[in-house]
Design a protein around this ligand. Structure first.
Ligand code: HPA
Length: 271
């Protein structure tokens, strides 16, 4: 079967389970999954029931789509995402974004956890993603282009929607939630970076590093979605603190999730 045929089956299944119009597709990263529990009149569809959908393996990711109303907007949330380091192909990692686009979501809000590279950042900071650097060693659009989905050579000059960014800065100010801004650089993982890689990242303009988001944003742009990204700086990147570990990442997301959720709900309300 072709990608298009698979997508049609997936979308048909999701629609048959009650998913109708979508304003925002949400990809909820580490620690933020529980935002989906606040979606009203929720329809929940476990990934393993959806034809052609992959299943997530990382702990702390529930693995379901949640559709309903959040802050007055129709949202379809991915509670748990697929990472390249889990061994999925790029095509699989971005499949859900293609599904969101085919379901006619007009915008995508992505969240993630990242390591702070910018020396002014502290663990617990929230960062509005203004741009990204693809350092994953591949690109999800490599291969035959399906012209119905998007152009062969997508323009990435404004991958993160400028108007959305302005709104987010204003909303954060109103809520008195400090918000950093910066460029997110995606590594494949699963190793954390070395101190030398972090010096390299900083020298080419990265403010934060992580192991997700970049492929999804590429495909969202390809599909014509307006993209908004917010990252939680969970730790200082390698070489900037003694050691790195997953527990700290989880601890920090737990610590800031109240503000993170408040910010996202207010953004959805305002946009
Ligand atoms: N590096 C890569 N990914 C991450 C980090 C990091 O320091 N922190 C959270 N996710």
């Amino acid at each position: 079967m072709t990608l298009m045929e698979n997508l049609e089956e997936t979308v048909l299944y999701i629609k048959n389970h009650g998913v109708k119009e979508i304003d925002f597709a949400l990809i909820l990263g580490s620690g933020l999954g529980e935002l989906a529990d606040e979606i009203q009149d929720a329809v929940k569809i476990p990934y393993d029931k959806i034809p052609h959908f992959p299943v997530s393996t990382v702990q702390g990711h529930a693995g379901q789509l949640v559709y309903g109303t959040l802050s007055g907007k129709k949202v379809l949330a991915m509670q748990g995402r697929f990472h390249f380091y889990e061994g999925y192909s790029m095509e699989t990692v971005v499949y859900p974004v293609r599904v969101m686009a085919k379901l006619k979501a007009h915008s995508l809000l992505v969240t993630n956890a990242s390591g702070g590279v910018n020396k002014t950042f502290e663990p617990g900071d929230l960062m509005l993603i203004t741009d990204q650097i693809n350092h994953m060693g591949t690109n999800p659009l490599i291969g035959m282009n399906v012209d119905e989905m998007g152009p062969r050579f997508p323009d990435m000059s404004q991958a993160f929607d400028n108007a959305y960014q302005k709104t987010v800065v204003q909303v954060a100010e109103t809520l008195a939630i400090p918000l950093k801004t910066g460029t997110y650089m995606g590594f494949s993982g699963p190793t954390y970076e070395t101190p030398a890689e972090i010096r390299f990242a900083r020298s080419i303009g990265a403010d934060a590093v992580g192991m997700s988001t970049v492929p999804e944003v590429i495909v969202a742009v390809h599909s014509g979605l307006r993209v908004l990204g917010i990252s939680c700086i969970t730790n200082l990147a390698a070489g900037m603190q003694e050691t790195l570990n997953h527990e700290e990442v989880i601890e920090t997301t737990e610590r800031v999730k109240t503000d993170f959720k408040r910010l996202i709900k207010e953004i959805l309300m305002t946009i």
